[in-house]
Design a protein around this ligand. Structure first.
Ligand SMILES: Nc1ncnc2c1ncn2[C@@H]1O[C@H](COP(=O)(O)OP(=O)(O)O)[C@@H](O)[C@H]1O
Ligand SMILES: [Mg+2]
Length: 424
């Protein structure tokens, strides 16, 4: 079987790598892919942009692709699934209606409220005056969210009213484009975040191992938000008891609520959760796709062939599948970023030590890289994810750090404290 993976991040490299471990997978194409998928055996990059639906459909037909897996949220929210399905292709990833669960925070909040899913108390505004007076009535800290996809930059956790008002001015002032038509103001929740990615065929929903990301650029979770600087799985903060409750209080009600709206959701439903010190949890957001970098730590532990699970979702027979099988132990990834990220940075830095850093247990997933002649060069803010498995967190993290120490490029930056919560 031939599979097409849409996207060019570490997530897509990990998906292609995992798929190719199965004898059932003849070939993987990536549109557009990165330096990692370019050098992966039986994998080929094709220079088609993720929003060129017609180009992707033509390519899929020409190459006899059986299954398209969509990585990023942007094409999903633009209706790539609807388009490709109309061309007769089998697609893993929700349709445009379903992708609203990520693309509109106001829509997602309403769905959670209708379904009785535990989430932060919130109000939605379309008008700045009402939003500001609500702010004052609530006090700080408070969280202000632009409505649409804002690449992780649309959420402001404000410690003062001045900061919260500035956030509203920026959002209503159009700084986030159409994401500024609505704003969600919500209660600040204290605790530890955890990501639970679940696979669904629209009827059945099954969680993958919980993972914990590290979103801030600086050690000790300080500084600006990023796309994610490292992760590990399985995150112990999501206890078995919590995972059981999550199934009946979050995942199943979410799918039922989507079905009630006539949405046939087949793909990943990713719940971003805040777990309070007392163990109570609430949903911060839903995403409509695999997480990045969570996928990079979840897939190395997956024992069930990935394509079997994905096909079961697409063909709506996930309920007939045996339980998902996992390897024992733990997995960790450390992100190497370009100097200056998440601010300005320079691409095109030659990367060395990639082969030396890999072992039987350590794998480098490329994110922002590209192949330039025979060299791999940086081509994005988050450049590489050095990922390792081990018997426990300490071994997985030690291996990931031993691997990243062998990689070099000018200006390379990485956090030295990934996994600090599970090591102490
Ligand atoms: N209600 C909240 N209380 C505390 N922190 C929050 C809250 N909502 C969001 N955050 C913080 O902001 C980050 C981004 O918010 P999120 O809703 O996940 O949006 P996005 O991922 O689209 O930027 C979260 O990972 C979390 O750290
Ligand atoms: Mg988030």
């Amino acid at each position: 079987m031939k599979v097409l993976v849409v996207g060019n991040g570490g997530r897509e490299h990990a998906l292609a790598w995992k798929l190719l471990q199965s004898q059932q997978i003849e070939r993987v194409f990536c549109t557009p892919g990165n330096g990692g998928t370019a050098t992966l055996e039986r994998c080929e990059n094709l220079p088609v942009a993720v929003d060129d639906f017609e180009g992707i459909a033509k390519l899929a037909q020409k190459e006899n692709i059986s299954l398209v897996i969509v990585g990023p949220e942007v094409p999903l929210s633009q209706g790539i699934t609807d388009y490709l399905q109309a061309q007769g292709l089998m697609v893993f990833g929700p349709n445009k209606m379903g992708a609203q669960i990520e693309a509109s925070k106001a829509w997602a909040k309403a769905l959670m409220q209708e379904a009785g899913i535990p989430t932060a108390k919130a109000a939605v505004f379309t008008e700045i005056k009402a939003a500001k007076s609500y702010l004052k009535s609530q006090g700080v800290p408070i969280v202000v969210k632009a409505d649409g996809l804002a690449a992780g930059k649309g959420v402001i956790v404000a410690q003062t009213i001045v900061e919260a008002e500035a956030a509203l001015d920026a959002i209503f002032g159009g700084q986030f484009g159409s994401a500024g038509n609505f704003v969600v103001i919500e209660e600040f929740l204290l605790g530890q975040e955890v990501s639970v990615l679940a696979l669904t065929d629209g009827l059945t929903i099954r969680p993958l191992l919980p993972a914990q990301d590290h979103k801030r650029i600086g050690e000790g979770d300080t500084g600006e938000n990023t796309g994610g600087m490292g992760a590990y799985a399985p995150a112990p903060v999501a206890t078995p008891g919590m995972m059981a409750r999550l199934q009946t209080e979050v995942l199943e009600p979410a799918i039922a609520a989507l079905r009630k709206k006539g949405i046939d959701y087949r793909g990943v439903l990713y719940a971003g959760l805040m777990v309070a010190p007392d163990g109570e949890f609430k949903v911060l957001e839903f995403n409509c796709r695999f997480g990045d970098p969570e996928t990079q730590v979840i897939l190395p532990l997956l024992d069930t062939p990935l394509e079997e699970l994905i096909l079961a979702c697409v063909q709506q027979r996930l309920g007939d599948m045996p339980p998902i099988a996992w390897k024992n132990g733990a997995s960790a990834t450390v992100v190497a970023a370009s100097g200056g990220y998440p601010g300005d940075y320079t691409n095109g830095k030659v990367i060395t030590g990639l082969q030396e850093s890999e072992t039987a247990d350590t794998k480098v997933f490329h994110a922002g890289t590209k192949l330039q002649g025979l060299e791999v060069v940086s081509d994005g803010g988050r450049v590489l994810n050095v990922t390792a498995i081990g018997e426990d967190f300490k071994q997985a993290l030690d291996r990931a750090y031993a691997g990243i120490a062998k990689v070099q490029f000018e200006g390379m930056y990485y956090r030295r404290d990934i996994g600090y919560r599970v090591l102490s």
